[in-house]
Structures are given as structure tokens and as C-alpha cells.
Write a protein that binds this ligand. Sequence first.
Ligand SMILES: Cc1cc2nc3c(=O)[nH]c(=O)nc-3n(C[C@H](O)[C@H](O)[C@H](O)COP(=O)(O)O)c2cc1C
Length: 273
Amino acid sequence: MINMTLINIDQEKCIRCALCSKVCPSSYITMEDNVPEATGQICISCGHCVAVCPTAAIDNQNAPLVNQVPLETFPVFDAHTAETFLRSRRSIRQYKSTAVPKEKILQLLNIARFAPTGGNTQGVGYKVINKAETLHKITTATVDWMKEKIALGSPLAPYFTSRVEHYRKTSGDIILQNAPCLIVAMAPQSFLPRGRDNTHFSLAYAELYAPAIGLGTCWAGFFEACAADGYPDLLDLLKLPPNMVVTGALMAGYPKYTYKRLVDRNPSQVTWD
Ligand SMILES: Cc1cc2nc3c(=O)[nH]c(=O)nc-3n(C[C@H](O)[C@H](O)[C@H](O)COP(=O)(O)O)c2cc1C
């Protein structure tokens, strides 16, 4: 029997509206004799019960009422503002050389933790690398890995050849784009693939929030692929805690340029039944 009663109902305040049980995704709370009760096995700590209660009558040890900021008016952007906001996010590959203060990166990652995760499992950790020397070594190691893949005739080779050639000619940072900061997301090996899915949503939140605090970001997919392949030279540089693996990565810095037009993409492919 897993159920430990985590919820506390203030019977004076409870108006028996049943919203807490209706929104509970794991059927942890049910209405018994018109009163909410914890009858289920597992609470996933999502906090929906506490957040939805119109009278602040319910508290949940896993999602304490005291930590939930009251929301007077639900902030619905008009459709045009929302679309413009989402379509104006771009991958930034040209950065100012200015260092990004730790507080700013923490501000960015503080938003990442509010992203949705499977079963509210969260579980994404970060290692932030902002030493120029280490960033340079990461680029070199990733390029060396690409060269090996090309030499071995890997199916990835066609994606690498012209980039590596460009690197040979210019020494330009084709991996981290001279970003002053690399945010490496990590999760326990035993938490894959969910940890990777959770990372993607979390970093998507960070990417969307970044311009609001003056930052630009870009996914570091080549770096991630190299790490996921277990390339020892790269893993040695990262010095991740034992049993943790890279689940994603973002370059971050102050953008050098601004974009004057919104993104366009292929039309959505939608079928109906
Ligand atoms: C999983 C993933 C990996 C990516 N890896 C890289 C990368 O290694 N280097 C890079 O410059 N851009 C990378 N990108 C950025 C994409 O190239 C970019 O999102 C795409 O071209 C669309 O451009 P936009 O993000 O500016 O709209 C990656 C994006 C994603 C989602």
C-alpha cells in the first residue's frame, strides 16, 4: 500500500466543488461522501489540486500551497502577440564576447524547471561551462569525433564533411559558435529516454524565455551527439557525476544581431478522421 495521505483539507473553506478531484491526473484524490479524500496510490506532485482550488482549502505536502503564487487573472496573450512571440525565437549563432553572469544563467534555468515533464518526473540537472579554455577543448574534441566518423564512413559523415572542411580552413567554431556559455543538461542513465524527453521540453522553455532577459541560445546538437556516442575525450572534459549522461545542451550568450522577420516553415501536414 503506497498511499500516504499527503493532502490536508480545510473543511471550513472547502465548498465541495470537487475540482481538486476532477483535475487530479493520477486519481489520487476522489470525492467520498461529497468530501475530497486521498484514496489513490500515487500523487505525482503536479500541484493541480492546490492550484485549482477556488478557496485555497486544500494543501498538499508534495505541492505546498505556500509555494504556489496566486494568479489573479489568467494571462492570455492575444493570438497575434502569442504567435509573434513564438515565431520570433531563432537559433542564435553569433554572440558578443561578453561573459554571461551566473545569475542570468540561473534565471534562465529557473524557467526551464517549469516545463512539462512526463508524469511530472522532472529530474533534469545542468552543468554550465563558461571557461573559454574548456569550451575550446569541447569544440576540438567534437570535431575530432566528427573526423573519426567521416573516416569510418559513418551514416553521419555526410552531415559532418563540409563542416569539418570549413573548420580545417578557418578554425571557426562550428560546434559551439564561440558562445561564452554552454548549458549541458544531464539525467541519470537509468532515467533514459524519459530524461531526454524532459530535457527537450525544459530547454525549449529556456530558449523561449531567453530573449526576455537579453540572451540568445542555440541547441548544441553536434556536441550532444558526440557525448551520446560516449566519445571519451569529450566525456573526460565534462566530468559529469557518476551515472549521469548528457541529455541535451544549449549554447547561450548575448546575441550580436537581431532578426527583422518572423520564421516561416513548411505547412503543417494534418489529416482528419
Ligand atoms: C535537437 C536540435 C539540435 C540542434 N543542433 C544544432 C547544432 O549542433 N548547431 C547549430 O548551429 N544548430 C543546431 N540546432 C538548431 C537548428 O539548426 C535550428 O533550430 C533550425 O535550423 C531552425 O532554425 P531556428 O531555430 O532559428 O528557427 C539544433 C536544433 C535542434 C532542435
